[in-house]
Design a protein around this ligand. Structure first.
Ligand code: ARG
Length: 231
């Protein structure tokens, strides 16, 4: 798409998710994908001397797309897991995340994950939250949605008891919930780290890692972090 710079180098296709605030989302005014991941991959591309063509899709499409080698790079708040690492290559970690619970602000019976038995917990399909719930909460009823927005809407409407998802996304929704219908409960349930994804044996992993390390050293990473997570 336009605005992705032209450094004269190769152009790589970058698969991302279409809605995971504040990491990637469509800016309705510019028609561009924006967010932390988008600024980071553009900064990495500038540093390493390549161009990016961003393609937005559903999160599970990013995962399978990388497994099938359909895109050169995937960046979508994707947690580095042992299971995924069997079929996808990852960069060095670039963001510390984890999982967290949100409930309706009126809810008084769920204070932590210990209170999930018999409750309905919504999350997005194909994510680490889904796996975490399956592994750790067999007594909860898990409802998965193709997009997380529907899960939060159901929580606000009282159709589900809780949402489990990535800490920065849960915190973003709670902070931007003007009706104050949502609150977080409990702490971080599982520490996770995000990595940039590549098809197996990709030859650009080292270049991307090198550019990432440079940006962490020279403040470029901090600038992007400030932009999206600064106070
Ligand atoms: N970090 C979680 C995972 O890797 C959720 C990622 C959701 N990312 C997204 N762009 N929707 O499974």
């Amino acid at each position: 798409s336009s605005g992705d710079g032209d450094s004269g180098g190769e152009t790589y296709t970058v698969a991302t998710d279409n809605n995971f605030v504040p990491f990637e989302f469509l800016d309705e005014e510019t028609g561009e994908m924006e967010g932390f991941d988008m600024d980071l991959i553009r900064a990495i591309a500038d540093e390493a001397g390549f161009n990016v063509k961003i393609e937005a899709m559903k999160f599970d499409g990013v995962v399978t797309g990388m497994q099938q080698g359909k895109y050169d790079i995937g960046i979508a708040g994707m947690t580095i897991t042992e299971e995924r690492a069997e079929t996808i290559d990852f960069s060095d970690p670039y963001y510390d995340a984890g999982l967290m619970l949100a409930v309706h602000s009126d809810n008084t019976d769920i204070e932590s994950e210990d209170d999930l038995a018999g409750k309905t917990v919504a999350t997005r399909s194909g994510t680490t939250s889904e796996t975490y719930l399956q592994d750790n909460h067999p007594d909860a009823e898990v409802e998965t949605f193709p997009g997380i927005v529907e899960a939060y809407m159901d929580l606000q409407a009282g159709r589900v008891d809780a949402v489990m998802y990535d800490v920065p996304n849960v915190q973003y929704y709670v902070a931007n919930d003007s009706e104050e219908e949502l609150k977080t409960v409990g702490g971080i349930l599982q520490g996770e780290q995000y990595g940039i994804a590549f098809p197996q044996d990709s030859e650009i992993v080292d270049d991307v890692n090198e550019a990432l390390a440079t940006l962490i050293e020279n403040g470029g990473y901090d600038d992007v972090y400030e932009e999206w997570f600064g106070e």
